[in-house]
Design a protein around this ligand. Structure first.
Ligand code: TRP
Length: 347
C-alpha cells in the first residue's frame, strides 16, 4: 500500500510557536526523509468557515498568511502538494455521501466538537455545517487515500470518526476507501505548548501566542513578561521547572548547541533545570536565554517570510498549481466512490 501523508490547518490567523513545535517542524522532517509516496498539506478554509461564516475576510486573509507561514518554515512545494480546501469540489460531494453513514448523536458525542461547541457558546443553536465538520474532514482525508495524518492530540476524535466512516462505507459499498492513521508528536512537551501566560494552550483567542511572524522586539517583550513559577520570588528561592512555560519552551526548542552558543556555563537543559530547582538562578537570565533560542529558531523563518511577502504572485502560483494537482487526485477518488455506490450512470 502507498504511504500517503496528509494534514491541514484552519486559516483563522497566523501560525505560532505552538504550531511550529507541535506540527510544522515535524512536517518538514517528514518531507525531507522521503519515506512516502505522496504528501499533501492544505489550508482548510471550508472548515474555518464553519465557525467563521460571518467573517469571510478573516478567513480569506489568513489563507495567504498560513501559506506564507508554510513556505517560510521550509515546506517545499516540489515535494509537498500545498492546496486550498475550497478549491477541491470533490470534497463537499464526498461529504454529502458520507453524511448518510453518521448519526446526529454520534456527531454530538465527538469530544472535540463538544468542547468547541461549549467554547464558542453555541448553546443549542449549533450550525449544521459546524456539527458536520468531522464528516467533511473525513472527506479531506479519504479523497487523497491518506494513510498517515500527522495532527495534534485534539484531532484524535476526528481521526477515530474518519476510521468509522471508512469502515462503514467499505462494509456497505465494498472495499473503496483507505483507513487513515493519526500520528501525534512523540515528544510530549511538543503536543501542547502552553501560552506565554501559563495557560494550558497557546491560542490566538487567549492572546498568549508568540507568532512566527513576530519581530525581534515583539518576541523580546513577550518572553521577558512571560509567566514563570509564581513562588520563585527571590533569586535564591528554589524554583519549579515543571509547570513553568519558560522551561517548557526550552524543552521544546533548545539543544546543546544553543547552550554552547548562548549559555556556556551550562552543558544542557538538565543542568540549567537543576540549578533553578535548587535555587540561585533568576528568571531574567533564563528568559534571556529563551529569547536567544527563539530568535535562533525564528530568524531564518523571518527571512524566508520576507522573500515570499515580496513575491506574493509566487505564493499564489504555488497554491494554484497545488490545487489543480489535488483536484485531479480527489476527482479520481470521487469516481471510485460513485462507482461503488452505483451512481456512475454514464461511465
Ligand atoms: N481540524 C484541523 C484543525 O483544526 C484541520 C483539518 C481539516 C485537518 N481537515 C483536516 C487536519 C484533515 C488533518 C486532516 O487543525
Amino acid at each position: 500500500m502507498k504511504k500517503i501523508i496528509l494534514t491541514g490547518d484552519r486559516p483563522t490567523g497566523n501560525l505560532h510557536l505552538g504550531h511550529y513545535v507541535g506540527s510544522l517542524k515535524n512536517r518538514v522532517k517528514l518531507q525531507e526523509n522521503s519515506d512516502y509516496d505522496e504528501m499533501y498539506v492544505f489550508i482548510a478554509d471550508t472548515q474555518a468557515l464553519t465557525d467563521n461564516f460571518n467573517n469571510p475576510k478573516k478567513v480569506r486573509d489568513s489563507v495567504l498568511e498560513v501559506a506564507i507561514d508554510y513556505l517560510s518554515v521550509g515546506l517545499d512545494p516540489t515535494k509537498v502538494t500545498i492546496f486550498i480546501q475550497s478549491m477541491i469540489s470533490a470534497l463537499p460531494e464526498l461529504t454529502m455521501y458520507y453524511m448518510n453513514l453518521v448519526t446526529l448523536s454520534r456527531l454530538e458525542r465527538n469530544p472535540t466538537v463538544k468542547s468547541e461547541v461549549k467554547q464558542k457558546d453555541f448553546g443549542s443553536s449549533i450550525p449544521v455545517g459546524f456539527l458536520n465538520y468531522p464528516i467533511s474532514q473525513t472527506a479531506d482525508i479519504t479523497a487523497f487515500d491518506a494513510t498517515i495524518v500527522p495532527v495534534g492530540d485534539d484531532q484524535l476524535p476526528m481521526l477515530e470518526q474518519a476510521r468509522e466512516i471508512v469502515r462503514s462505507f467499505n462494509n456497505i459499498y465494498g472495499d473503496t476507501l483507505v483507513e487513515p492513521k493519526a500520528v501525534i508528536p512523540d515528544n510530549e512537551v511538543c503536543r501542547r505548548l502552553p501560552g506565554t501566560d501559563g495557560k494550558a494552550k497557546m491560542s490566538k483567542s487567549l492572546g498568549n501566542c508568540i507568532y512566527l511572524k513576530d519581530d525581534s522586539e515583539t518576541v523580546k517583550k513577550k518572553v521577558m513578561s512571560m509567566y514563570t513559577d509564581p513562588n520563585h520570588l527571590r533569586v535564591e528561592d528554589p524554583g519549579n521547572t515543571k509547570d513553568n512555560p519558560v522551561f517548557i519552551y526550552l524543552e521544546a526548542l533548545a539543544n546543546d548547541d544553543h547552550f554552547k552558543k548562548y549559555l556556556p556555563e551550562y552543558k544542557n537543559l538538565d543542568e540549567l533545570k537543576a540549578h533553578y530547582e535548587k535555587g540561585g538562578l533568576g528568571d531574567v537570565k533564563v528568559k534571556r536565554f529563551l529569547y536567544d533560542v527563539i530568535e535562533d529558531t525564528l530568524t531564518p523563518i523571518r527571512s524566508k517570510r520576507k522573500y515570499y511577502e515580496e513575491n506574493i504572485d509566487l505564493v499564489l502560483d504555488i497554491l494554484k498549481k497545488g490545487s489543480v494537482k489535488a483536484n485531479e487526485k480527489a476527482n479520481e477518488t470521487l469516481k471510485r466512490v460513485k462507482r461503488a455506490m452505483l451512481i456512475d450512470y454514464f461511465e
